[in-house]
Design a protein around this ligand. Structure first.
Ligand code: NAG
Ligand code: NAG
Ligand code: NAG
Ligand code: NAG
Ligand code: NAG
Ligand code: NAG
Ligand code: NAG
Ligand code: NAG
Length: 622
């Protein structure tokens, strides 16, 4: 957010044409060489990056069951030769730069502070900051990106930021503590916050704006409008528009809300009734039940994606027009979740099933776009490329890839996300984190100390960033980027336990790159890549795989190492949050001091969600 718009738009629009040509040429080249092949169903399994030479890895297992036990023939290690067993080890890591107990005290406090601070940015008469926000014309249901009104002015509502903030609220809707439960543990205050947000979304969907018209129009282009005034007046200045991830993010949040209610056996009617009786106050919503919420709000956001997903759009940082991994992944995910939702209602809502066909067509087209045409997967890059059309001037590396994976895979609803590609254990997503760390430990001086220790570091948006929070000069680390890095790792742990599979890591120096943050000893091993079991070079690539059986001591030891790495990112945040818990958008790459918009909703929300996942991981690891 907040980049200089007017200039940016025109500049990038010209690039787009040239790039499309270059890009199409590249795609053709790659296709003709069949350099990149996707075998099997690209949406299933850990990896969509398969060997083109057909190496059979399954015969090349290196199985480790305990990293800390001396070699014991009674333990089955089926290594081709036992020396491999000795070479691969967990990398020692000290996650905290203060005593662990102090870190724990800090994180517990900051966890609570972050949620409170997020609520201060939400227009809702039941929340603490309402009088002040109302004094500034903020309507109920509106979330401000930041209270900062100049240098920079973020005192607006963004569709993206609001949907993400509200998704965070939904994670906190049901109290874990049964004692404090009003009914089924539902927090009626927060439920009201979500309902007001949905009501406000309904209004915005129907307002004419610079991106176009709303739900009454044929193409619904107006739903791609990214930024609004806090009183719901359209923002009329030049801006990077449209931004077509917004409606999908809103859909994901809406479905998340409905699934949370369903999981806790509360109907939407109940929630509305509970709110109105508790607060003695009519909500006057544009929906009374789940079906009306679907038909009056969610449906239009889906229809927008069906009709507009092919369009070029500005990226989540509002700087460049083109096709972006983040936008595509949130779009395909919203479509997939919607299909599952409608199928769940097949019997009672038979009249709505026709739309499933449109959604399925859209899903198939988006799938082939993402895997085959987009250039997000590039055989020369060992990470997912956020905006392929920018590869002439950027590395393609962007935290957006990691944020996209996290937002589209709701760990608490794992079944519905099973077949959405690029889950948190995808090697492209993990290697994106690896490459971000490798780049930013160098370009941000405040990371240099940590780079030597190979721990988590402060991350920014993308290496070439020059937005300093107010204007363009030099880019800095961001709180939200660093928090998402930790969340990705906590999620990886949860997923590994949830699915109960052996951990299998191809030792090919490519897919395994991320794992070199956790293990050491891959290098020695990969050097022998071209030798077969007998040490003869036979031209075949014997790619070995590290196998860590589920529930072995080694499995738990590995999860603890991932946990420590995750912790080290939060410890880096700790160094830069102010003593009273303030977070802004960025922190200075030389001094580490807060920089850019103060009290950014998204910074607090990202930190809070990471801590929320962390608390679930702690239950498992203890
Ligand atoms: C290698 O490990 C995988 C995962 O545990 C297992 O499915 C496979 O059968 C193993 N292959 C051999 C040859 O042991
Ligand atoms: C791969 O190796 C496994 C274990 O040795 C074997 O069962 C399987 O048939 C092989 N698959 C192929 C495609 O060669
Ligand atoms: C850790 O916490 C203890 C107890 O509050 C305090 O005395 C000590 O100074 C703290 N250490 C650091 C490094 O912050
Ligand atoms: C940021 O939050 C703190 C704590 O609530 C508050 O004191 C400060 O005024 C806020 N900054 C802005 C710009 O509102
Ligand atoms: C509901 O959430 C609000 C905001 O976090 C909190 O202040 C309140 O105590 C919660 N209510 C219950 C009953 O837990
Ligand atoms: C989720 O998937 C698991 C295994 O695939 C299955 O056993 C379980 O019943 C599913 N749960 C729901 C709520 O569909
Ligand atoms: C690994 O951790 C899980 C979850 O905490 C636990 O249930 C299991 O017993 C542990 N396994 C071993 C071998 O320590
Ligand atoms: C943080 O917020 C407090 C108010 O709670 C404010 O007084 C202080 O200046 C802020 N600190 C920083 C470093 O911005």
């Amino acid at each position: 957010m907040g980049f200089e718009k007017a200039k940016g738009c025109n500049k990038f629009r010209n690039f787009t044409v040239v790039l499309t040509v270059v890009f199409l040429a590249l795609v053709t080249l790659l296709k003709s060489k069949d350099h990149y092949s996707v075998t099997g169903d690209p949406l299933v399994g850990h990896s969509h990056r398969n060997d083109v030479d057909g190496a059979n890895r399954s015969g090349n297992n290196i199985t480790i069951v305990d990293f800390f036990k001396p070699y014991d023939p009674a333990y089955p290690t089926s290594a081709p030769t036992s020396r491999f067993f000795k070479k691969i080890n967990l990398r020692p890591l000290s996650p905290y730069s203060i005593p662990r107990v102090n870190f724990t005290v800090w994180i517990d406090e900051q966890y609570d502070i972050s949620f409170e601070r997020l609520l201060l940015n939400i227009g809702d008469q039941n929340l603490a900051n309402y009088d002040s926000l109302r004094g500034n014309n903020v309507l109920e249901g509106v979330i401000i990106a930041s209270p900062s009104q100049n240098e920079p002015n973020y005192f607006f509502q963004w569709i993206r930021d609001s949907a993400i903030a509200m998704n965070t609220i939904v994670f906190n809707l049901f109290s874990l503590d049964a004692e404090s439960a009003e009914s089924a543990g539902l927090n009626v205050t927060l439920a009201g916050t979500v309902l007001k947000y949905l009501k406000n979304s309904y209004e915005l969907q129907r307002l004419e704006n610079p991106s176009g018209s709303g739900v009454d129009s044929d193409l619904l282009k107006g739903l791609g409008e990214p930024k609004w005034n806090v009183d719901n007046r359209p923002f009329l200045d030049a801006w990077g528009r449209p931004q077509n991830d917004g409606p999908s993010l809103r859909t994901l949040t809406s479905f998340h809300f409905l699934r949370e209610l369903q999981k806790n056996s509360v109907s939407l009617e109940d929630v509305i009734a509970q709110y109105e009786s508790h607060f003695q106050h009519e909500l006057d919503l544009p929906f009374e039940n789940e079906r009306e919420l679907y038909e009056n709000i969610i449906f239009w956001d889906l229809q927008f994606v069906v009709k507009n997903w092919k369009d070029n759009t500005f990226d989540l940082w509002e700087e460049i027009q083109g096709q972006h991994f983040f936008t595509s992944i949130v779009q395909i995910s919203s479509i997939k979740v919607a299909i599952a939702f409608l199928k769940d209602h097949e019997k009672d809502w038979s009249d709505l099933q026709e739309f499933v066909n449109d959604l399925e067509t859209c899903y198939d087209e988006l799938t082939s776009f993402i895997f085959e045409e987009s250039g997000f997967l590039n055989p020369n890059k060992n990470f997912i490329v956020e905006t392929p059309s920018m590869l002439h001037s950027r590395s393609g590396l962007d935290i957006a890839v990691i944020i996209g994976s996290i937002l589209t895979h709701n760990y608490e609803l794992s079944n519905s996300s099973n077949s959405i590609p690029f889950d948190v254990d995808d090697s492209g997503v993990l290697n994106t984190l690896y490459s971000m760390v490798r780049s930013m430990e160098i370009i941000y001086p405040i990371n240099h100390q940590r780079a030597k220790l190979k721990t988590g570091v402060a991350l920014g948006r993308y290496p070439e960033d020059i937005y300093d929070g107010v204007k363009t000069s030099e880019g800095n680390p961001w709180f939200l980027s660093t928090a998402y890095a930790s969340e990705l790792l906590y999620r990886l742990i949860l997923r590994n336990y949830q699915f109960g599979d052996d951990l299998i890591i191809s030792l090919d120096n490519w897919e395994s790159e991320f794992w070199t943050l956790i293990f050491e000893g891959f290098d020695d091993y990969v050097a022998e890549d071209n030798l077969n079991y007998n040490g003869n070079s036979n031209g075949n690539k014997n790619t070995y795989q590290l196998v860590i059986p589920f529930n072995s001591p080694a499995f738990n030891q590995t999860m603890l190492s991932i946990f420590d790495l995750a912790e080290s990112f939060l410890d880096k945040i700790r160094e830069h949050v102010s003593d009273d818990g303030n977070m802004s958008e960025q922190f200075n790459k030389y001094t580490g001091y807060l920089q850019g918009a103060e009290n950014l909703s998204w910074s607090y929300g990202a930190f809070w969600t990471s801590c929320n996942v962390r608390s679930k991981v702690l239950e498992l690891l203890q």
